[in-house]
Design a protein around this ligand. Structure first.
Ligand code: FAD
Length: 443
């Protein structure tokens, strides 16, 4: 007989009273469970656990089911609905509807025949091939970690949790799928005027061109609504990048009275209480702010002990995995994909941290796992990247950047980036087509 003590009951109630399990056939879950309970009963099949159901995780799940139908595929995700960060800047100013961003997790799970479990992953023990969640543990044969990014507020505030929480709550950056997006939308749409400061994270960070897109769309909103607003972009880089000229033209031709871009503005100190950011390019007072801390690989990568070390032995903050196979030599059945992946080449460092790249890596890793499952040597393939950014909302005009990758003679990956700086409505149409293609690949 199972006994339930008060602590495990409380843990269970607080952590996941509404645990949702969806698959080709919906599985019954015990009402009460604890981290010591098996999350799902074994099925006798070899199992792939996917930690994180964002752009990378859902793409991997769909392609694995197609390429390796004999494997059981389970997605573990803490959020109740899929929320897309791509297109979210447009949503902040009503350029697109909520329907474009928010999607059920159950529909793709049923459509492609994998199991979706809404639960929070609390630990990963690679030596025991086990993932621990707020609702029980689960064993895996293969593990794909697709947890996205974490905000590294400790770079600004050390262990000061009070200031970290204050900053997250009052000056949320909305760079992780969460309720921050709705908070930020409300803030922008109710802004009455004054100075908004945006701190950009130092590279590498999630979606490098997107903070500039956000500035453009906010400026468009304030212009339309005749709100006397100034937006100051504090950029640690020496210049806007990528799509340098396209953004420079948008800033000067469309929003010169609203947007100021400050280069070399590495953050030295943030005082959210007195509303001041001190940078290498000067001190900036604000009425409102979007305070983007530095980014790092998701907590899940730290839990799995897969963070790389630099030459001095310091953590790089990003996953140390093979640049083409996304696993490690010592643990070839554990993969990291998406934004958490660390530097892949001495020539350019990280792949751009985009949904497109996460999808491409997911598709490759699904192929690699399918090959491993058949006992075949997987063959490495290259990815690509494509990104559209809306800089004007009336008329809708976008700019874009595309990336291609080849293997160099020194066995290091080479990157070629092409900016399309000429803002025009056709690129917005292309953006929607791109999104349709991506969603069609995993939702
Ligand atoms: C404003 C903005 C605009 C963008 N625009 C574009 C664009 O136009 N094009 C483009 O290609 N990319 C764009 N991106 C980037 C894109 O969102 C990311 O690169 C992409 O989401 C990365 O996929 P991922 O799977 O690595 O992470 P995510 O999509 O963030 O997925 C990670 C998932 O893991 C889950 N997770 C994390 N920890 C746990 C845990 N402990 N337990 C359970 N689940 C967990 C999270 O809840 C999340 O659902 C944009 C990003 C932003 C913020």
């Amino acid at each position: 007989m199972t006994t339930v003590n008060r602590r495990s009951f409380l843990t269970r109630s607080l952590a996941g009273a509404g645990t949702l399990v969806a698959s080709g056939s919906v599985l019954a879950q015990p009402l009460l469970s604890s981290p010591k309970t098996a999350l799902l009963a074994p099925t006798g099949k070899r199992r792939v656990v996917i930690a994180g159901g964002g752009w990378g995780g859902l793409s991997a799940a769909k392609h694995l089911r197609a390429l390796a139908p004999d494997l059981e595929v389970i997605v573990l995700e803490k959020n109740p609905i899929f929320w897309s960060c791509p297109m979210s800047n447009k949503w902040l100013v009503n350029a697109v509807d909520t329907d474009l961003l928010a999607h059920s997790y159950i529909i793709p799970a049923k459509k492609y025949g994998y199991t979706f479990v809404q639960t929070e992953i609390t630990d990963i023990d690679r030596s025991a091939k086990t993932v621990y969640t707020s609702d029980g543990f689960i064993k895996y044969d293969w593990l794909i970690i697709a947890g996205g990014i974490r905000y590294a507020f400790e770079a600004w505030f050390g262990n000061d949790q009070k200031t970290t929480q204050y900053t997250k709550t009052n000056y949320a950056s909305a760079y992780i799928p969460s309720s921050e997006h709705a908070f930020l939308k409300n803030k922008i749409q109710n802004f009455k005027g004054g100075t908004i400061v945006m701190t950009l994270p130092p590279p590498p960070h999630r979606c490098p061109p997107s903070p500039y897109e956000r500035a453009c769309l906010m400026a468009w909103w304030f212009k339309e609504k005749k709100i006397p607003a100034k937006i100051i972009i504090l950029d640690p880089k020496p210049r806007i990048a990528p799509i340098t000229i396209g953004y420079q033209k948008a800033f000067t031709e469309l929003y010169s009275d609203i947007i100021t871009h400050v280069p070399n503005a590495t953050v030295k100190e943030v005082d959210p209480y007195n509303k001041i950011v001190k940078t290498a390019a000067g001190d900036f007072k604000f009425d409102e702010a979007i305070l983007m801390s530095p980014h790092q690989a998701a907590d899940l990568v730290w839990k799995a002990d897969l963070i790389g070390k630099d030459k001095a032995g310091k953590p790089t903050g990003w996953a140390a995995v093979d640049p083409q196979y996304y696993n490690t030599e010592s643990d070839p059945q554990v993969f990291v994909i998406g934004d958490s992946v660390g530097s892949v080449s001495i020539h350019f460092g990280h792949y751009p941290k985009s949904g497109h790249v996460a999808n491409r890596e997911a598709r490759l890793v699904a192929k690699y796992i399918a090959a491993q499952a058949k006992g075949v040597e997987p063959k490495a393939e290259m990815i690509d990247n494509l990104c559209f950014m809306l800089v004007n909302n009336s008329p809708k005009e976008a700019i874009s950047v595309s990336f291609s990758y080849t293997m160099g003679p020194d066995d290091e990956i080479l990157q070629k980036a092409i900016d399309d700086n000429d803002r025009r409505p056709e690129l917005w149409a292309e953006d929607l087509k791109w999104l349709g293609g991506m969603y069609g690949d995993f939702l």
